[in-house]
Write a protein of this length. Sequence first.
Length: 136
Amino acid sequence: MTFSERLLFARKEKGLTQEQLAEAIGVAKSTYTGYEKGNREPDLFKIKKLIEVLGVSSSWLLGLDDNDGGVSLPEWKMLKKYRALDERGKAAVDATLEREYVESTRFSAVAADAAETVRTVADAVELEKHCAGAKK
């Protein structure tokens, strides 16, 4: 995601209009629209205000932690909530996550086994056709 895409995503997640966010950071709506379209870039002070108003991290907004394995804004929000939980709450989330992970990886393994079985059957059918053709 580009800076402008992140900005648009975060603004919509926060439920703000372009005009509301522009006012909150002290710029004209047309200036803010330029940020979202990628035609303009905010200065450091405006970026700081955007981070404060939108409630996102600077590394997320600037794209420093969203490589292929990076954290998306929804994941980041979940992480923030997780960190606010007490130990009992964290244990409950951990148990649910582990259960779901095991279940999803089991399903992936079953799907891989099924695909291998289909390949094996297809190979056997081809071998049988080949052998039948060789007998003639």
